[in-house]
Design a protein around this ligand. Sequence first.
Ligand SMILES: [Zn+2]
Length: 56
Amino acid sequence: MKAIDCPCGHRLEGADDEELFRKAREHVDRDHPEMERTDEQLRDRVAADAYELDSA
Ligand SMILES: [Zn+2]
């Protein structure tokens, strides 16, 4: 599992970068529409900031 932290404190988790991107897309659209992030920007965030979660 991988995860990425939204600046609002919400942690998004997914099996891979693609799932993280989908979660981030949904989260931003629902909670932060004012950010007006493009898909490309979100993919860049995931690629830069996602980290591995220990599978416990
Ligand atoms: Zn957020």
